[in-house]
Write a new protein. Structure first.
Ligand SMILES: [Zn+2]
Length: 394
């Protein structure tokens, strides 16, 4: 066994109805004035106000910033930072799915150290502690509440930049399964499969350790056995709790073990064609699982048994059975059949032509190769392999 190291310096509260712990946690943190960074949907549902009311009950002021789009941009980070600075807040509540989390982390950096989020792109460029964050996810999920990454889209170069630093880990996280019960089925499916892929990629990563494996295995079991139920009925609170806990464990697992080709390749797809993150991952997963099958050393059987209602034994299992089981799962939860359909579904200006997509394959592969996740994918990949995988996924 190779040497491995871990530390989990966060305070995490998990439980149905635990949003009510927000005032207590804000006081523990010593905050007096919050900026709640959230999305327009949660604001409409009155949840942002609910959070602000909880804070008001202990005399903590709260301003809000909710103008956040999917795949949030550098400009959105600038606007939210301006709001934070003019509000006089002293901590941030990141409330929502992956987008508000990513923005909140970036604001936490830029509000403290100045400049633009692009100045902190890459690994370990954040000089020290950032504005304290309380993360409250409302999807299950990105796992962003427990990861040291912020992913922001730079439209000037069609690129999703990543800020990676342990300084941006939220100090506190609150995971309340009641918050995810209002998600539409399509969001529950896309976010749920994304969380599953976090665990799956961490599990087969060459950087996996017994610590990340333990979390990834539990995450895959929780999500794999509950995702269909949860997509079918988001008010199934038992399934919602399993999804939320699974997403949390998957997030910690991939913080340590990193991800793989699915995430390396999905970021350019979202940057070029605005395909939602979870959907882009889901349409790439079967193709990459097939490519990686050659490197499998027994883990595929575990993954298979997590997503199939009936278990298989080692003597009857072949890795291709996992590829088929993944396709079946994606179909069951309503994921588009392939990348071409996903790109067209996401298009705001009509059909995207074959030629248009083809012309993007090389630049997307170039960007995918820049991701650190390629290096820990179980099967080695060159740019030509990535281009082949994109074509196969189309
Ligand atoms: Zn993801």
């Amino acid at each position: 066994m190779e040497t491995f190291n871990f530390s989990e310096p966060q305070d995490i509260t998990v439980g149905k109805g635990s949003l009510s712990k927000l005032p207590e946690i804000a006081k523990k943190l010593g905050g007096k004035h919050a900026l709640i960074i959230s999305g327009p949907h949660l604001e409409k549902m009155g949840l942002v106000k609910k959070a602000a009311d909880y804070l008001a009950s202990v005399d903590i002021k709260a301003d809000t910033f909710t103008d956040i789009e999917a795949n949030p941009s550098v400009t959105t980070v600038e606007k939210a930072t301006a709001k934070y600075l003019e509000s006089g807040a002293d901590f941030i509540v990141a409330f929502g799915g992956g987008s508000p989390m990513d923005v909140a982390k970036a604001v936490g950096v830029v509000a403290k150290y100045g400049g633009s989020v692009t100045d902190y792109e890459g690994a370990h460029k954040v000089p020290g502690p950032i504005v304290p964050l309380i993360a409250i996810p409302t999807t299950a999920g990105t796992g962003s509440e427990v990861t040291a990454f912020s992913v922001i889209t730079d439209h000037s170069r069609n690129y999703k930049l990543t800020v990676f630093s342990y300084e941006i880990l939220p100090k506190y996280a609150i995971l309340d399964a009641e918050l995810i019960t209002t998600a539409p089925a399509s969001v529950a499916a896309a976010c749920g499969i994304d969380a599953f892929i976090h665990a799956e990629e961490a599990y087969v990563s060459t950087a996996a350790s017994p610590f990340s494996d333990a979390l990834a295995e539990k995450a895959m079991a929780l999500i794999g056995k509950n995702i269909r139920r949860f997509v079918a009925n988001r008010n199934d609170i038992e399934a919602a709790e399993a999804m939320m806990t699974g997403s949390l464990f998957a997030g910690i697992a991939f913080s340590f073990a990193r991800l793989g080709n699915v995430h390396a390749m999905s970021h350019p797809v979202s940057a070029f064609f605005d395909v939602p993150h979870g959907v882009a991952n889901a349409v790439l997963l079967p193709v990459i699982a097939e490519y990686n099958a050659l490197a499998d050393h027994g883990k595929y059987l575990t993954i298979y048994n997590d997503i199939r209602p009936i278990s298989a034994y080692a003597d009857e299992f072949e890795p291709m059975m996992l590829v088929d089981a993944i396709r079946e799962l994606c179909t069951d939860i309503g994921i588009p059949e392939n990348l071409t359909i996903a790109i067209n579904n996401a298009s705001k200006n009509g059909t995207v032509t074959k030629e248009e997509i083809e012309s993007r394959i090389e630049p997307m592969a170039v960007d995918a190769m820049k991701s650190g996740n390629i290096a820990v994918n179980p099967r080695a990949s060159r740019q030509c392999d990535i281009e082949m995988l994109y074509r196969k996924a189309l």
